[in-house]
Design a protein around this ligand. Structure first.
Ligand code: BGP
Length: 467
């Protein structure tokens, strides 16, 4: 099988795995780290309500368990984990920087040296093995202090705080990091606004206005960060990142097809701005129709136009299905996006449709649309794993999922001529699920011995997929 892949992918193709600080690091009280929105996402049924901005849970509540606080303790295990990644032959490792390790409150003037040193050590450890770090500047985290004082990304002031963070990072890690992503799954803000932008909704407010305000601020921030990265180091390559997965019409009924076009646009309107440099007309109309406006400052259009990204990155877990019948359209869910049921596909234990060919379609749609190099930065299967008596973990379902998706990506490269820079599987080591807060929804090649409530030895074990 190895030979099969060698032919299609260039020598410098960046194979690897992906994580995010709040789902992986733990060590939340160490290194003078401050609290972030995602730290206060509880396990259990409240998680969804908080995430969708419908419930405000600002302070610690003893009745809740917060999984991100310990996560899988990468903070103390990073050397061991990176050595395992190297053993698997990783060429890249995607991780995010916890904003509150660098600026615990977000609005200080001086960065926290302990936080900066931690990531420096991590990057150096990667380079020891020839692993190129791929860094997400913002993966679902916003300092709680900024949530409380200025309302998260609703406030334009966030741009200043974020730029200050990025400037410190670009300068400090020059020579250690050259691949950066601005905002993880930027379109997630429509579905999980508290997680993606630190915003929650006041009673009776126009939710779309609050969301679009936050979206616009992130889009302007993303463009300004792109500019800054290029100015500080010409070697820097910056990507946008979107939660992708093509929508199919449920039937060939014209209304279903039209619904699929509209649903796809709710994904692409973000990357259209980041990769093309302007809001497309359909997006402007979409916003107007919801009685909202884009809060443009005088200079914003120029900023967006002049600072488009170098590459387009995305997550892909499954395709989705659009139906003009609203009830049918909400019958299933994948990565928080609602979908109609696809009778042609099997699903994961969490009901996410498994669709390798849909991966090829999504890759092609993105490439046709932007004609920029793509980077697949998340793909994988969340499943319950069982540890056998002898300690082995037979996860052939994961191997099959990844094999079929990689074959599809290979076809996109070889047969469709798509330019792809790399591929990182999501949760190369087990970590906390964003949607559920569980660790039992495992994605890794490496098993971590802890349960949903944080009990366990945190010992690492190799699953069959590791090999
Ligand atoms: C994406 C996120 C990741 C990750 C992944 C899997 O939305 O970027 O952070 O969590 O989805 O989703 P889940 O953890 O809900 O299974």
């Amino acid at each position: 099988m190895k030979g099969e892949y060698k032919m299609a992918f260039k020598k410098d193709f960046l194979w690897g795995g992906a994580t995010a600080a709040n789902q992986c690091e733990g060590g939340s009280n160490e290194g003078k780290r401050g609290l972030a929105n995602v730290d206060l996402m509880p396990l259990g049924k409240e998680r969804y309500l908080v995430g969708t901005g419908k419930k405000k849970m600002y302070e610690f509540n003893e009745n809740y368990f917060y999984p991100a606080l310990t996560a899988v303790d990468f903070y103390h295990h990073y050397k061991e984990d990176i050595a395992l990644f190297a053993e698997m032959g990783f060429k890249t490792f995607r991780l995010s920087i916890a904003w509150t390790r660098i600026f615990p409150n977000g609005d200080e003037q001086t960065p926290n040296e302990e936080g900066l040193k931690f990531y420096e050590d991590v990057f150096k450890e990667c380079h020891k093995y020839g692993i190129e770090p791929l860094v997400t500047l913002n993966h679902f985290d916003c300092p709680m202090h900024l949530v409380k004082t200025i309302g998260g990304w609703r406030s334009r002031e966030m741009i200043t705080h974020f730029l200050k963070l990025c400037k410190v990072l670009f300068n400090r890690y020059k020579g250690l990091v050259k691949y950066w992503l601005t905002f993880n799954e930027i379109n997630m803000i429509l579905h999980f606004p508290f997680v993606a932008a630190g915003i929650y909704f006041e009673e009776n407010e126009n939710n779309t206005q609050a969301t679009i305000t936050a979206v616009h601020h992130q889009l302007v921030a993303s463009a300004l960060v792109t500019k800054m990265a290029h100015e500080i180091n010409q070697e820097n390559q910056i990507g946008c990142m979107v939660a992708a997965g093509s929508y199919y019409p449920e039937t060939c009924k014209p209304e279903d097809y039209w619904k699929a076009i509209c649903d796809n646009r709710e994904v692409y309107m973000f990357t259209d701005v980041q990769a093309r440099g302007y809001y497309p007309n359909y997006a402007i109309k979409w916003i107007e129709k919801r009685n909202a406006i884009i809060p443009f400052a005088k200079e914003d259009k120029e900023i967006l136009k002049n600072n488009t990204v170098d590459f387009v990155s995305f997550s892909y877990y499954s395709s989705r299905v659009s139906s003009s019948d609203e009830d049918k359209g909400n019958q299933s869910e994948s990565n928080i996006f609602s979908s109609a049921i696809n009778p042609y596909l099997k699903t994961s234990q969490w009901g996410w449709a498994i669709d390798p060919l849909g991966f090829r379609s999504t890759i092609n749609e993105l490439y046709d649309r932007y004609q920029k190099p793509l980077f697949v930065v998340e793909n994988g299967l969340g499943a319950k794993d069982t540890v056998a008596e002898d300690g082995s973990i037979h996860d052939e379902y994961r191997i099959e999922y990844l094999r079929e998706h990689i074959r599809s990506m290979k076809a996109a490269v070889e047969e469709d001529g798509v330019e792809i820079m790399g591929y990182t599987t999501w949760g190369c080591i087990d970590l906390i699920s964003n949607g559920t807060g569980e660790v039992a929804k495992r994605y890794g090649f490496i098993y971590v011995d802890r349960d949903n409530l944080g009990n366990g030895s945190y010992q690492r074990k190799k699953k069959d997929s590791f090999y």
